[in-house]
Design a protein around this ligand. Structure first.
Ligand code: CMP
Length: 425
């Protein structure tokens, strides 16, 4: 666990978010209703000052990511915090109520919302797979707060009727705000002064923006709830349009769809090579080893091989899939790759197509003779079911041969044995 994401920090961030939310709800209410002396308000205010002060102390030594690395160096952390965020945090923590009574200065507590924004950004970054849901959750949070503030603003402009209970006055303001924000506008609560009219217009304009944002985001969210699937379906749709446009025969289309269905079921439609290509070299080697771990265990001569050989080969192997009945290559073709079978079975068929020499399956390899002897393929190879193969191209094969004599010996022995088998038939 990286330090900056430790669960204790997450809990602390949630506590701060709860505190700021309480302040954001409570302070405008106090200012509008002017009902300051309720013990609950006084207690909340003192607790918030304490909480925000503790947060300032914590922030001086809380590890943060600087220039891509988590820093724990106290001087660097302090300098970073003093430059970013300390000013806002300090203003938010000052107990203005205690020092000056209830004044609009209390609104300075809301500067702490910057911390909430930062926290949400970090959260979304770390929980990428929940990003759409988090985005919706955060949007509802901000919309709720905005509606509350706008309602308080409306109450401040209209004045709170002396005879109406506070709750009822607030609900009426909230009702006005929601109908205006959502552009429903029943018109039963209407502005009566110029200031109220201007305010209503502002809220209406804001409402149009919110409406557009909601429609756009909900559509986006639904489409992307399962990004992998959305990506796969989009690919398939493009492919189907292309095949119809180019009149690909239906049986061939069927095979293409089957191939994609297989890819989807086995690897969520991801192409390993493209994913690896986007990583920096050091990560690429490690991820590639993890991805090929099961496969390496299946190949007898790789199981006991040196780590260097495994690393070198793992980086060069490129996954390819063949569907049942596909020829991997035919006898007489020029050899450009050799293949390892990760999963599936293939038949080795004589050049005249009359004999099946053997069937090879998980952990076996083929196609080495043409590369070793620089001659055409000695046999055809056909997949009998879905085959996950790893291809090693000629250059990489020769490089590995040169650097690893054991590997070269093993390949030579196997080629000799197989060619012997063929000639003895
Ligand atoms: P290559 O000649 O490049 O292409 C056909 C491949 O089939 C060949 O390399 C061997 O890897 C493999 N092969 C040929 N004959 C046999 C056999 N008798 N048993 C197993 N594999 C074979």
């Amino acid at each position: 666990m990286r330090h900056e994401e430790a669960p204790a920090y997450l809990i602390w961030d949630l506590l701060i978010t709860a505190g700021v939310t309480l302040a954001a709800l409570n302070i405008p209410i106090q200012l509008v209703f002017g009902d300051h002396d309720r013990p609950i308000f006084v207690v909340i205010d003192r607790l918030l000052s304490l909480l925000f002060t503790a947060d300032i102390v914590l922030n001086f030594w809380r590890p943060v990511r600087l220039d891509g690395l988590v820093s724990r160096e106290p001087r660097r952390l302090a300098r970073h915090y003093l430059r970013r965020g300390f000013g806002f945090d300090l203003l938010a923590a000052v107990p203005f109520r205690l020092l000056l009574g209830v004044t609009p200065l209390l609104l300075l507590r809301l500067l702490k919302l910057a911390r909430v924004i930062e926290f949400m950004r970090r959260w979304r970054h770390h929980k990428v797979h929940q990003a759409p849901v988090l985005r919706l959750g955060f949007f509802v949070f901000w919309l709720g707060l905005t509606a509350h503030w706008l309602s308080c603003g409306w109450l401040a402009l209209r004045g709170v009727p002396a005879d109406a209970p506070e709750m009822s006055a607030y609900l009426q303001a909230l009702y006005w705000c929601v109908t205006t924000l959502t552009t429903v506008g029943y018109g039963d609560v209407t502005p009566t002064t110029d200031a109220q009219r201007a305010y209503t217009m502002l809220v209406m304009i804001l409402g149009v923006g919110v409406y557009g944002y909601v429609i756009g985001n909900v559509a986006h969210l639904l489409a992307n709830l399962d990004l992998a699937k959305a990506h796969y379906l989009a690919n398939l749709e493009r492919l189907s349009t292309f095949m119809r446009y180019r009149h690909i025969p239906p049986p061939l289309q069927r095979r293409i769809y089957d191939y994609y269905a297989y890819l989807w079921e086995n690897r969520l439609g991801y192409d390993e090579t493209t994913v690896l290509a986007e990583l920096p070299p050091s990560l690429r080697t490690e991820v590639s080893l993890v991805l090929k771990q099961d496969f390496i265990q299946k190949v007898p001569f790789l199981k006991g091989a040196s780590q260097e050989l495994i690393r070198d080969i793992a980086l060069e192997l490129r996954p390819v899939v063949f569907t049942p009945g596909d020829y991997v290559f035919r006898a007489g073709e020029i050899g450009r790759h050799m293949y390892f079978i990760s999963h599936g079975t293939v038949e080795i068929i004589s050049a005249d197509g009359r004999h099946i020499y053997t069937t090879l399956s998980d952990g076996d390899f083929f196609g080495e003779i043409a590369l070793l002897r620089s001659q055409p393929r000695t046999a055809s190879v056909r997949a009998t079911d879905y085959c996950d193969l790893y291809a090693l191209d000629k250059d990489a094969f020769e490089r590995v041969l040169r650097h690893y004599p054991d590997f070269a010996r093993h390949m030579q022995d196997m080629a000799r044995q197989r060619q012997g088998d063929e000639t003895s038939r």
